[in-house]
Design a protein around this ligand. Structure first.
Ligand SMILES: [Zn+2]
Length: 109
């Protein structure tokens, strides 16, 4: 389910998934297939981890990598959930062929 909230976003971020919603900064982004696919990958990750543990793991991995890289943006980009989403967002068939816990292989790279 896609909703638009203009005043919700920090810096350059334009989309966010909070199961079962994909939240976008602008209406026009609804036609951005790559962005929507990226957010749908996150919805799938959230659902298979029963939602709440996803956020706990996401934030833990982000904190851990922030200490590791001393760079919060680089840390964000390297969270396994983000690595999986960025690596496959352009593949519109990805979600139909993805294996459960597909983010795990992006934990180490
Ligand atoms: Zn993402």
């Amino acid at each position: 389910m896609i909703v638009v909230f203009k005043h919700f976003f920090y810096k350059n971020y334009v989309g966010l998934s909070l199961w079962p919603f994909i939240i976008l900064k602008e209406d026009s982004l609804k036609t951005d297939e790559v962005l929507i696919n990226h957010e749908r990958i996150h919805l799938k990750q959230q659902r298979e981890l029963l939602i709440l543990p996803f956020y706990v793991l996401y934030i833990s991995e982000w904190l851990f990598r922030t200490v590791l890289y001393l760079n919060s943006y680089r840390a964000y980009q390297n969270i396994s959930f983000e690595r999986e989403a960025y690596a496959n967002e352009k593949d519109m068939q990805y979600l139909s062929k993805r294996k459960t816990f597909g983010f795990l292989k992006y934990l180490t790279r």
